[in-house]
Ligand binder design. Structure first.
Ligand SMILES: *Cc1c(COP(=O)(O)O)cnc(C)c1O
Ligand SMILES: [Zn+2]
Length: 398
């Protein structure tokens, strides 16, 4: 790099900051979590948001998450590894709107992303930044979708990918990794067991780890959902947002995006109530939320058809719980049978074949509507995080 400011420099990234202890970290070098041993928190990328950028910069930009490139961490546009992820549609309920006639209910449908889930967003950002930092091998523990996304984006970037996945994950998630040329390691256990092994093996082999919220940039990719929600709702945020919470990246990211946009002057201070929906199999956040605790315990009740929700202890549990409490949100859990019914109901009535994780939100929405926690006239957004097509072998059983 020469000393001239290149026209390719598109990001307003300043540095990384620990949201717990405030320690700043240089963004020009490889980072994992906060260096403070008492903390080890996920790091937040911070941008220069006071330059008076007007939101009309977005006019005419491509319909992908990179339309928000100033607020993404890739400095040089040439390093962006993209397959067209993001800017997914907002779809109102049609036949099922009779379920809640006095509400406006929408899906943000992430199923059309490359590799079929919103994991594409985080992985596009993280692989792009890894490329910029000169990293040449990326390892990941995954419940399925993140592995497929990493395999695809790594193939695109010419970077090696090593994917650790529970053996009980449906075959399609494994096959896609192999097709994209990743090295697949099947583990007899949960994503937590995969995480432990990635930790050990990454150290031995000098691979960089992309475990959820143990590196700073997947969060940045997923936060673009927050920017899109604001833009697509014409800068008036919905009253309630439902999010299927595994590691919590999207929940934390959307909340971060709202703060950034308020600093930019793009939205006001009004925020949605954020609802975390989990599987009864891994409901540590739900338990902690209702006990009024600020961190969660390890809970692993075994297999769930919603692979993305089998996260026994999210690394960023404190940050998830903080969002729920700041937003005056809620947390609840859903059974596999309820998710299966939800997938079938949405397919039959709305023509949408959603992931079980998305179906969990639909069931959660109906519960909170029945409890009158959702009030008449409120606008509600459900985030369908992935396509149901990859889960069919588990949906069609029972
Ligand atoms: C990973 C995943 C989730 C959970 O996302 P987090 O950001 O880790 O909470 C939800 N749904 C699907 C389809 C996923 O792949
Ligand atoms: Zn810290």
């Amino acid at each position: 790099m020469n000393s001239c400011v290149s026209v390719d420099e598109v990001s307003l990234l300043l540095h990384l900051e620990c949201p717990e202890c405030g320690t700043l970290h240089q963004a020009s070098v490889i980072n994992t979590v906060c260096v403070n041993p008492a903390c080890r928190s996920t790091l937040f990328a911070r941008y220069d948001l006071h330059g008076g950028l007007n939101k009309n910069i977005l006019t005419g930009r491509p319909a992908s998450m990179w339309r928000y490139k100033e607020f993404l961490p890739v400095i040089n546009e040439k390093n962006i590894v993209t397959l067209g992820e993001g800017f997914t549609p907002i779809i109102p309920l049609e036949n099922l709107k009779t379920t809640a006639p006095d509400n406006k209910v929408y899906w943000k449908d992430e199923s059309g992303n490359p590799t079929g889930s919103f994991k594409a967003r985080g992985i596009s950002a993280a692989v792009s930044k890894a490329k910029e930092l000169g990293i040449n091998a990326l390892a990941i523990p995954t419940a399925g979708n993140a592995g497929g996304a990493l395999a695809a984006y790594a193939a695109r970037a010419g970077i090696r990918a090593i994917v650790y996945m529970p053996v009980l994950t449906p075959k399609v998630f494994k096959d896609e990794c192999l097709l994209y040329g990743a090295q697949l390691v099947e583990i007899d256990g949960s994503i937590s067991d995969c995480g432990k092994l990635v930790n050990e093996h990454a150290l031995l082999n000098d691979w960089f780890q992309l475990s959820t919220l143990k590196e700073p940039y997947r969060l940045e990719g997923k936060k673009t959902m927050g920017y899109e929600i604001a833009e697509q709702f014409n800068w008036q945020l919905p009253d309630v947002i439902f999010y299927p919470t595994g590691g919590g990246t999207g929940l934390i990211g959307i909340w971060k995006a709202f703060d950034e946009m308020e600093q930019l002057g793009w939205i006001g201070s009004k925020r949605p109530r954020m609802v975390a929906v989990q599987s009864v199999s891994c409901d540590g956040i739900v338990k902690a939320y209702h006990a009024g605790e600020s961190s969660s315990s390890f809970v692993d009740g075994g297999f769930t058809i919603a692979n993305g929700l089998r996260v026994p202890k999210p690394y960023a549990d404190k940050l998830i719980l903080k969002v729920l409490s700041e937003s005056k949100g809620y947390a609840l859990s859903i059974t596999d049978a309820q998710m299966q019914n939800g997938v079938k109901e949405l397919a039959l009535r709305e023509g949408m074949l959603i992931a079980p994780e998305g179906a969990a939100l639909w069931q959660g929405f109906k519960q909170l509507k029945a409890l009158n926690w959702i009030k008449p006239d409120e606008t509600v957004l459900l985030i369908n995080t992935g396509t149901g097509y990859k889960y069919l072998e588990n949906i069609m059983i029972g």
